[in-house]
Design a protein around this ligand. Structure first.
Ligand SMILES: O=P(O)(O)O[C@H]1O[C@H](CO)[C@@H](O)[C@H]1O
Ligand SMILES: O=c1cc[nH]c(=O)[nH]1
Length: 291
């Protein structure tokens, strides 16, 4: 008999919704857009032809609706891969665990999860307001090492090369790498840069920003910018992609992360209108996803 998942492990609230997201299975679409900023959820769903469900619990806002005949949910994750751990596990539970019997379903559902976020560019030729599709998520954040997962041979070679070229002290991070879903990435080519995205466990020192706190890794940005392996280079960094790709691998979902570049760390520029860049990214991404 299938193993029952205890009340302490899969937590459901009084309306039978999953603990943090406050969403019930029938309220979620299988195509999901994740955004970091809760205020970005209506910026996406305003393009829907019909919105059938909205909710908010903490930083997790969910809107589900239709774009033409395509049912889409947009979910805010907040910042960081600790939140991605919550969101990806709860999205997966919503489709792959039977809430009544608290058992894993025999037939698993593969979600399509696309992050539309913001990011800092690490190459001089990727200007602010450009869009980057993450070919790989390279995690310096330590979420995925808590899970059992398998790397492809290509990922192992990339990671080995990264370890040789970028110094991350022992005890600071255990770098890991997971690729995007290739079929999903192939749909976003025209007008999009592509490259490895590094996911950091913070916005300041973990992304080489020194305001008042001194940096333990002052060469991080240079080393990330200069990294090369075969045709690969690191294009940008942000705070969620590796967790999304990693848990997508662990749980069997198709994942893709696309960023609007709001900062260029080489040119030391910040976008004059990041909101407009994000708005344009949303419009372009919805055009593709609606097809
Ligand atoms: O704009 P979002 O999607 O939140 O993404 C980026 O912006 C936040 C930092 O400002 C981090 O979450 C980072 O990943
Ligand atoms: O530089 C940036 C810009 C957006 N988000 C990040 O995480 N870093």
């Amino acid at each position: 008999m299938a193993q029952r998942i205890a009340e302490s492990e899969l937590i459901l609230n009084s309306r039978g919704a999953v603990y943090h997201l406050d969403v019930r299975p029938e309220e979620l679409a299988t195509t999901i857009i994740t955004v970091g900023d809760p205020d970005r959820v209506p910026t996406v769903s305003k393009h829907f032809d019909r919105i059938e469900f909205t909710t908010q619990h903490r930083e997790f806002v969910t809107h589900t609706g239709y774009l033409g005949s395509k049912r889409i949910s947009v979910v805010s994750t907040g910042i960081g891969t600790d939140n991605i751990d919550i969101v990806l596990n709860e999205l997966d539970a919503l489709v792959n665990i039977d809430f009544a019997s608290r058992t894993i379903k025999d037939q698993l559902t593969r979600l399509q999860i696309v992050r539309l976020g913001t990011s800092g560019a690490l190459q001089g030729d990727i200007p602010v307001d450009a869009f980057v599709v993450s070919s790989y998520g390279l995690g310096l954040d330590n979420l995925l090492p808590y899970y059992l997962f398998e790397n492809t041979d290509a990922e192992k070679l990339l990671l080995q090369s990264f370890r040789g070229q970028v110094e991350v002290s022992n005890g600071v991070a255990v770098p890991y790498i997971i690729s995007a879903n290739e079929a999903l990435a192939a749909r976003f080519k025209d007008g999009f840069h592509t490259g490895i995205t590094v996911t950091c466990p913070g916005f300041y020192a973990p992304q080489g920003r020194a305001l008042r706190g001194p940096l333990s890794h002052p060469h991080l940005i240079d080393q990330l910018t200069q990294f090369r392996f075969e045709q690969h280079r690191i294009t940008n960094f942000e705070m969620e992609t590796s967790g999304i790709y990693g848990l997508g691998r662990v749980l069997g979902h198709e994942t893709l992360s696309i960023s609007a570049i709001v900062a260029n760390r080489i040119a030391q520029q910040f976008s004059n209108d990041g909101a407009a860049a994000v708005e344009l990214l949303i419009t372009r991404a919805l055009e593709v996803l609606a097809q």
